[in-house]
Design a binder for this molecule. Structure first.
Ligand code: AMP
Length: 183
């Protein structure tokens, strides 16, 4: 049963890799960012709340995000494994997830840290053209990543759950390395 959390700076290729690995393994790819973007597109109540945060590159409040993940992991397709992409994003979310996974008996998760240097991620993000990829928002997302999310690397290393993959190579090379480390 594969349960993986993908960590890494925005622009490291997390989304692409998480999606294709999930497809290969036949398990859901759960991206909180995608869920928010979809909700914004559909103008749901969740979307209305999330929009202001995404537009600024800030994190959506923990409680809202945590409830969403809890709900998603309880669905039937998530019972045979999953890849979480973009969650957790800070230590409180990670602590919440630890507890949740123990409670629902899914606590065999491993964490893939997709590592890539700053110059690379900024260049990639600027070339991507997503709505929240303007230069100011990118800068803010990187700041938030460094301050809030990067500490999760040590958090999971301390818990012996961390696997590291070099994101500074071609998508094909990343996916080969990824398949090796999770085997
Ligand atoms: P992503 O697609 O993972 O780059 O996420 C895009 C945006 O969605 C982020 O900049 C945040 O505004 C929001 N977001 C995604 N995941 C989370 C999370 N776990 N906690 C809070 N906000 C999130």
């Amino acid at each position: 049963m594969t349960r993986l959390i993908f960590l890494g700076p925005p622009g490291a290729g997390k989304g692409t890799q998480a999606q294709s690995l999930a497809q290969f393994l036949g398990i859901p790819h759960i991206s909180t960012g995608e869920i928010f973007r979809q909700a914004i597109k559909e103008q749901t109540p969740l979307g209305t709340i999330a929009q202001g945060y995404l537009d600024k590159g800030e994190l959506v409040p923990d409680e809202l995000t945590q409830n969403l993940v809890k709900e998603r992991l309880s669905q039937s397709d998530a019972q045979s494994g999953w890849i979480l992409d973009g969650f957790p994003r800070n230590v409180s979310q990670a602590a919440f997830l630890d507890q949740l996974l123990v409670t629902i008996n899914q606590n065999n998760e491993r964490v893939v840290n997709l590592d890539a240097p700053d110059e690379i991620v900024v260049t990639r993000l600027l070339g991507r053209g997503r709505k929240d990829d303007s230069e100011d928002v990118i800068r803010r997302r990187l700041e938030v990543y460094r301050a809030e999310t990067a500490p999760l690397i040590d958090y999971y290393r301390d818990r012996q759950k961390l696997l590291t993959v070099n994101g500074n190579q071609s998508p094909e090379e990343v996916s080969t390395e990824l398949q090796k480390v999770i085997a």
